[in-house]
Every structure is written in structure tokens, then in C-alpha cells.
Design a protein around this ligand. Sequence first.
Ligand SMILES: C[S@@+](CC[C@H](N)C(=O)[O-])C[C@H]1O[C@@H](n2cnc3c(N)ncnc32)[C@H](O)[C@@H]1O
Length: 336
Amino acid sequence: MEATIVSDTAKHYPVLLKEVISVISPQHGGTFIDCTFGQGGYAKEILKYKDTKVIGLDRDKDSQIIADKIYNKFPDRFLFKNIKFSKLNNLKLSNENIKGIIFDLGYSFTQMKDPKKGLSFNHIGNLNMQLGYNNFSASDVINQLDEKNLYKIFKYFGDEKEAKFISKNIVRERAIKKINTEDLVKIIENTKRKKNFKTHSATKVFQALRIFVNKEVSELIFGLINSAKILKKDGILAVVSFHSLEDKIIKYFFKNLTESKSFSRYEPKTEQRKFYFKMPSKKPIVPSEKELKDNPSSRSAKLRYLIKKDNIYKIETDIIDQFHELLEIENLSFKL
Ligand SMILES: C[S@@+](CC[C@H](N)C(=O)[O-])C[C@H]1O[C@@H](n2cnc3c(N)ncnc32)[C@H](O)[C@@H]1O
């Protein structure tokens, strides 16, 4: 989800719910891993089909409350783990017939509305952005990293055109006082010369900070790799993304698993590579007119999916090399 102005009456909608369910076909039964359980929107829908089992994962411990309610209703068919999805392969899953793995990336409206989480540029004070299992907050980043490194985060994780001047002004202002949410929003607004009337001036910087604080690039890369490994024959890997950086990583990975490309100069004939996945459509599925009307913040959602053709654990991909520059930016956190 994109950073948006939050109204207290707004409610959580599972994005592209009908489309995700249609792609993963729970009516045929099997185990489904909902890597981003959140408010349980997808999990509840899958559990309506009686031969299914759902393993829900979420890094946010607040999801446990909803998970407990679902567990009370379906103790034999539902399990929740408060872990990051990059750790998917630590689960003991060898006996499970995994038919679908789903990612609905980012954060939920409920998290956005929670002032403690400090995700919104509307909330006073708390520049936090930690979703769970973090080592530092957005406040640590803004108040401690040097100008050059702030610039890299805003530019590469937020595609912020004014990254250079925003970073410069942050460093100047924090010499006077510790920067909180309102200060950061003011600095961004005062720095940006051109106003965009569709999105708030702070959207990109806030997105970049959230990606950095939660190491979302490596989470996504390792989450995808591990999912592709553990999925069973005919299993579906379905991913809903919300911004171009996520979509770029997903598109690259899906292409890797389905199109000829040599990853090694010692591999003489690329045609001999076997592909264990198929991609029914290169085009993403996007929200319907109705969904856009009911839930305007779904506007940037894109659903892509792959089908696994064989029970094979080995995955050939160069995704880590391809995105090594972004992974290096994530590692700037070691300076904190
Ligand atoms: C957009 S919400 C998902 C909403 C969910 N589909 C529903 O219908 O309620 C994304 C959720 O993923 C969780 N999340 C984000 N990154 C994660 C990660 N690396 N590992 C586990 N959970 C993650 C967030 O805490 C949030 O609850």
C-alpha cells in the first residue's frame, strides 16, 4: 500500500481478493501459505473451502489477535506464525501439499492508522515504521545516517527526484533539534519546489524509509526464492505489489524462472535449461472499476502469478546479483 492520508473511518479491504482466490483455486483443496496474513482477509476466504489448510505468517505481532480468533474456529486447518516471510524455509513443511503461496506486500490500513507504528505522515511525533523484528527505527535513520546515505535511500528506494536537497536539509535541521514526523514533513514540503496535487509531497520519502527500516528488498527477494523452492507441482505463487520497485523485482524473478537466460558462462546451451514454472500471463491483474471505487488506495495494486510444473526444490536465479546495489543500500543500516 502507498502512504496515504488516513481517515479514521477508513476500513481494511483485502486488495484483489476475488482475483487472488480465482488464481489460487482453493476449491481443489491443499495447503496455502499466506505470507502476509495481516487482518486475515485472504486466509478467511480460503478457509471457506473445506479441504484447505492455511498457514498464515506475519512479522507484526499484532496480527496474533485476529489469528487467534480464526484458530478458535478452525483449529485443525489454521496455523499462525509471527515470523518474517524470508524465514519461510525454517518452517517444517515437508509433509504439506503446498498448493499456493501468497504475498500481499507492504502494510495494511489498520497498521497505517496505528500511531505507535508511525507509518503515516499525518500522525504526530512518532517516526517509527517498524513492522516487527527490526533493529532500528525511521527516527534512527533520519537522525543518524549521513547525508550521502540518506540521499541513496530516498533516491533508490523512493525514486525521489529531490533526494539530494531533502537529505541536505535534514542534516542541517537535525543539528538544531531531533527530527520527528512533523519536522520531516515540513522539511520535505519546504524543499520540494514543484507540488504534485495527486500525491502528498512526503509519499516517496516515507515509502523509502519504510522499505529501508523493514529491509523490504531482501525480504521480498528471499521470500520469493524460498517460496519457489517449497511449492509443490501445480502450486501457484501469487504476489500483489504496490509500487514499481517491488514490481521490478517480482517481474525479474518470474522472468528468470520461465525464460531462457544463461546464468553462467560455463553453461553452453541455454536451450537445455529446464523450466519448472510457467507464467500464464505477462500482464498483471489489476483492480476492477468497482474495487477502485470502493477502495481507491488499491489503485497501484498489481497481481502476478506463476505455476510450478514439477516437484523440484532447486531454483536457478541470478536475482541477488541483479539487485545487489539495492541490497548494499540496505546494508547501510550497519552504520546505525
Ligand atoms: C497489505 S497487508 C496484508 C493484508 C492481508 N492480505 C489481509 O487481507 O488482511 C501486509 C501485511 O504483511 C506484513 N508483512 C510485511 N512484510 C512482511 C515480512 N517480510 N514478513 C512477514 N510479514 C510481513 C505486514 O505486517 C502486514 O500485516
